[in-house]
Every structure is written in C-alpha cells, then in structure tokens.
Design a protein around this ligand. Structure first.
Ligand code: NAD
Length: 500
C-alpha cells in the first residue's frame, strides 16, 4: 500500500548544535528555580536531543515580574515606534543571517522537512518581523467628533504584559504571530513554548536581544502546560493571554483567565476544514492541491483540509489519482533532500493517529493507501487515504492531526454547504472550481475564518487568520492582530470656544 520511503532507519547527523537550553528571564539564561530539566526528543528516533530547563510556577512568577517591571518602568513601551521598529528590523536581519542554523534546529526538534523549514518557515519569520516593524511607528489613535463642546481623543496604548502559549507544529511561526504584534505595539511578554519543541524559541529570542531588545521585554519559559502554562494563564499580573493549541486546552486557559483577573484572551484552536472539489475542476490540479492541503507538515496543521468533499461526477477519478499521489509521497529523514514528509511530533500523537486509522477501518471507510507505520523507530506514518468516508465517522468529525486524508462524496452545492458547515469547528475551507458563481456562493456560505479558492495554505503577514465557532476567538496576522495588544483610552476635554 505504500512504497516511497527513504532511509528512515539511519538518521542524518543534524548540521547544528544546541546552545540554549535554559529559561530566558530578564535578558539572562537561567536554570529553573527547581533545578529540574526535561528531555526534548528527536522525532526521527525518539532519542534525546538535549535536557531543557523545566519552568514552573516560580519561574513564571519571576518572568512575569521581569515583564511587569520592563513594562511599568520602560524603556520599551515609552520608546518611539521608530526605535522599536529598528530593533525588529535588526532582528529580522539576524534571523536571515542564521537562516540555515535555525531551520536545522527546527527540523531536529520538530521533524519537519529541512527544505520546508529553511525555504519557507524561517523566511516567513523574517517577513513577519519586517511586517510588524512596519507597523511599530504607524499605530495611532483618533480624534473623534462628539456631540457637545468637547475635544475627544481616542488613544491606543499597549495593553501591558502579554502571556503567550504556543504549540509545537510551527514553533517559529507561532512565535512570530504572537511576539511580532505584541512588540510592535510596545508590550512586554512572557512566552511559554511547547514542551515538544522548546529549542527554536530560545535561539531566536537570543538574537532578538542581540538586536537591542531591552531586558525583561521578552521572557521565554520552556515547560509543560498544566504547570507553567496554567501559571501564566492564571497570573494576576498578566494583562492579556494569547493561546494556540487544542480546543480542549483553549477552554481550560479561558477559564483560568476568567477565574483570575479576567484578562482578555485570543484563541487559535483546532479545525476540521472542508476542501470542496466541484465537478468542473481540473482533477489533476485538484488532487495535487487537496494532497497539499492535508499532508503539508505531516498533516499537523490546525487548518488542514481534512474533509475532502468531491463531486460524484469526478469522485472515482479523484480517488484513483489521490491514491497514486499519496503512494508517491516521499517520506523519510527530514534532513534528506527531496523528502516531503518527516516523522510525527511524538509518540502520543503517533499513537493517536494510529488509533484514528483503526477507527476509519472499523467504521467502514475504504482504506486506499497507507494505514501503517514506517520503519521501526521514530514516528513515521505512511500517507494514508480513506474513501467512502461518511460525515458521522470519527475520522470525519475529529481533528486527527496526521497524514490521513478522508474523501467524501457529494452531488449538490447546497448539500455540500450544509455538510461542510456541520462541524463544531470553523477555521478554514478550500474551494476548487472554475465557476465564479459557485465560488461566490461557497465563499459566502461557508462558516470559516479563511476561504481559499483554487489554492490552500496561502499565508501572508497581512492576511488575518483565525476561527469561527470552536476554532477560536480573534485574529492573528494583519492589521486585526494589533487590536489584540492595544488598550483603547478615551480622553475628553471641554472646549472653551467650540467655534474653534
Ligand atoms: P495542547 O493544546 O495541549 O498544547 C498547546 C500548548 O498549550 C502547549 O504549549 C502546552 O504546553 C499548553 N498547555 C497544555 N495544557 C495547558 C494548560 N492546562 N494550561 C495552559 N497551557 C497548557 O496541544 P497538544 O497536546 O500539544 O496537541 C493536542 C492536539 O491539539 C493535537 O492533536 C491537535 O489536534 C491540536 N493542536 C492544534 C494546534 C493548532 O495550531 N491549532 C497546534 C497543536 C495541536
């Protein structure tokens, strides 16, 4: 059922060394207060890469105190936007200079193809930082006309200390989506990285300090969710919380925020995004796009096109070609050239995906390709395709977060709209058609934060991203992301001489 694998048994030695494994608090790398560490593992083998300091409540308290001081006493929020902008631009230059080293670290810790990390993700981090550097000196309020003799100003101020909790699937990009707007607006930060991928955030945060970031403005805590993450979400001195991860954890952090100091929360959560292939589609192109929409990043994307709805007129041809494409997908050591798919992030995700594959078989879907692990160590999974998937099956309802494509048949536009929207999620959707009216109808009818027409996973610093329904609150990237990190203050002054 699957043939295209290259060398998963003999891992290539990563062309990088680990330099930073401590917590970053107040501009210094320090051990955890408890002295504890945890291992971060290589997903290709399950073997240890390094011991990393394990932050907990006391470390979060220290980091928040540093961020509080850096906010209350400055200089960061009081610097001009231009000065902040220049530091972000210098940081972008430094990231660009160390592109390959950062990409190698990300591949080692996460398992994603090196070519993807080096050619897409690190350059996107650079682009995002330059984008937010561009905003730093253009954030301003308004003067609004009001009834009565009053001069009314609306000031936009930084919100304060931002707590940011990020996941492991795109460690560097999630860092950029959170840190970029918060810094541009003049906030200070305590960021908790994901326990599976702590290394790249430490590396680039060091570069940010080299670029001139004052101490205490960005503090990075490695550690686990229920300890360090929960301490951050419930901290009384944290003014805002931004979270990306699973919907279940999103509910927990929202509750922790509410029970502590009612800090506002932005949430970027799970998805079960539909990819709709109409009968006028060029099938070869649609197959390629739907393949990319699902399998990109080992299927570990919150917006993965994980319900592939195909019109009955092109269904059989699509399934055959999708199967052929999956069989050709090159899986192997992510450091090897030409590899499209590396290992899943860890044993827990690997086991969860294998359970979903069994569930697909048990619930009567047709296994067309894959279905098994690859090799005997690490977390490699064959690109897997199910056809004849029905809406009620768990593989069509729940987030698998792995290389498992579910293909469903439909025959009518209204029917597919209704079925595509029947999910608790609403993060993204893909539409494949050459008919303008069909595209317009679907665009308006689909309840999702992003609709990609004849494309998928097009990300750009300026495009807002976020979810409807249980996929989250708020938007990241673009102008909307700045609002997450700004307070609005109305200032009203009586006018002695309203005529002027
Ligand atoms: P998760 O939601 O548990 O973890 C995300 C982040 O939240 C991590 O930094 C984690 O340490 C932290 N966290 C966990 N519990 C916490 C708590 N009680 N309080 C505060 N912070 C906490 O996600 P996961 O376990 O790594 O993955 C589980 C599933 O989540 C995946 O299978 C996938 O479906 C989904 N997921 C979605 C995204 C996304 O981008 N939307 C990213 C990663 C995972």
């Amino acid at each position: 059922r699957f043939s295209t694998a290259v060398a998963v048994e003999e891992p290539i030695t990563p062309p990088v060394q680990v330099h930073h494994t401590q917590l970053l608090i107040n501009g210094q790398f320090v051990d955890a207060a408890s002295g504890k560490t945890f291992p971060t593992l290589d997903p290709r083998t399950g073997e240890m890469i390094a011991h990393v300091a394990e932050g907990d409540v006391e470390d979060v308290n220290r980091a928040v105190a540093a961020a509080r001081k850096a906010f209350d006493e400055g200089p960061w929020p009081k610097m001009t936007g231009y000065e902040r902008s220049r530091i972000l631009l210098r940081f972008a230059d430094l990231v660009e200079k160390h592109n390959d080293e950062i990409a190698a670290l990300e591949t080692w810790d996460n398992g994603k193809p090196y070519e993807q990390a080096a050619n897409v993700e690190v350059p996107m981090l650079v682009r995002l930082m330059r984008y937010y550097a561009g905003w730093a000196d253009k954030i301003h309020g308004l003067v609004v006309p009001a009834d009565g003799p009053h001069h009314v100003q609306v000031l936009h101020e930084p919100i304060g200390v931002a707590g940011q909790i990020i996941p492991w699937n795109f460690p560097l990009l999630m860092f950029a989506w959170k840190v970029g707007p918060a810094l541009a607006c003049g906030n200070t930060i305590v960021l908790k990285s994901a326990e599976q991928t702590p290394l790249s955030a430490l590396y680039v945060s060091k570069l940010l300090h080299e670029a001139g970031l004052p101490e205490g403005v960005l503090n990075v805590i490695s550690g686990f969710g229920p300890t360090a993450g929960a301490a951050l979400a419930s901290h009384m001195e944290v003014d805002k919380l931004a979270f990306t991860g699973s919907t279940n954890t999103g509910k927990i952090v929202l509750e922790l925020a509410a029970r502590s100091n009612l800090k506002p929360v932005t949430l970027e959560l799970g998805g079960k995004s539909p990819m709709i292939i109409m009968d006028d589609a060029d099938v070869d192109h649609a197959v390629e796009l739907a393949h990319f929409a699902l399998f990109f990043n080992q299927g570990q994307c919150c917006c993965a096109g994980s319900r592939t709805y195909v019109h009955e007129k092109v269904y059989d041809e699509f399934v055959e070609k999708a199967k052929a494409r999956a069989l050709k997908r090159v899986v192997g050591d992510p450091f090897r050239k030409g590899v499209e798919q590396g290992p899943q992030i860890d044993e827990e995700q690997f086991n969860k995906i294998m359970r979903y594959i069994r569930s697909g078989v048990d619930s009567g879907a047709t296994l067309q390709a894959g279905g098994d692990r690859l090799g005997s160590k690490g977390y490699f999974i064959q690109p897997t395709i199910f056809s004849d998937v029905k809406d009620g099956m768990p593989i069509a309802q729940e987030e698998i977060f792995g290389p498992v494509q579910s293909i469903l048949k439909f025959n009518d536009l209204n029917e597919v709209i209704q079925r595509a929207n029947t999910t608790r999620y609403g993060l993204a959707a893909g539409v494949f058609t050459n008919n303008l009216d069909t595209a317009n109808t679907l665009t308006r009818a689909l309840r999702a934060g992003t609709v990609w027409i004849n494309c998928f996973d097009v990300f750009d610093a300026a495009i807002p991203f976020g979810g409807y329904k249980m996929s989250g609150h708020g938007r990241e990237k673009g102008i909307d992301s700045l609002k997450n990190y700004l307070q609005v203050k109305a200032v009203v002054t009586p006018l002695k001489n309203p005529a002027w």
